[in-house]
Ligand binder design. Sequence first.
Ligand code: 5GP
Length: 208
Amino acid sequence: MSLHTSNPRSAPRAIVLSGPTAVGKTTVVKKLRAAHPELWISVSWTTRPPRPREVDGEHYHFVDDETFDRMVERGEFLEWAVVHGRAKYGTPRAPVEAALAQGRSVLLEIDLQGARQVRKSLPNALYVFLAPPSWDELVRRLVGRGTESEAERERRLRTAREELAAESEFDITLVNTDVEQVCRKLVDLMNSAHLTHTSGSPSTRPEA
Ligand code: 5GP
């Protein structure tokens, strides 16, 4: 992966990781958290119930609709969105701003709607699109996960088709063929002292 060298920017900065549903964003972030506790990774708030083995405050802050709506009213989210037409998800503003002010690079793992919104609050962020190796592979991963009903899978596939079409809005693309490799690239991006990018810079997608 090569990044353009004009228009230099200095760390710290926010890295916004987005991509279609089931592409493996959660797996990537889970591995990063385990292997790199020094990295600052935002913990989102959500109104969806926890899945088995999800820990409140670690994977998400799980709250009811009323609590979430009060936080929206108070402007406590950098961005928030209803994802898959079901639950609300939001990135807390204060901890992200505090981490950036302390000189840390931060990672946000959010859906496409969130990535679009956060451009206004974090114009200097690096926008990273996590892409599947192919559409068939994305479908296989979605079905293989087995945690959603048939109707839910259909809804997620519809969303995924729209999300895939948004790749060109991002600064770089990482193809999730190998989770370890994606993690290494994200760590490099977060640790780079002088990250540089221009919109539409090269993707790491292999040539067709
Ligand atoms: P899940 O419920 O499977 O953990 O996540 C569903 C989707 O919500 C994923 O695509 C994930 O990227 C997205 N998501 C997680 N946290 C946030 C957030 O704070 N804001 C937005 N906009 N999306 C989020």
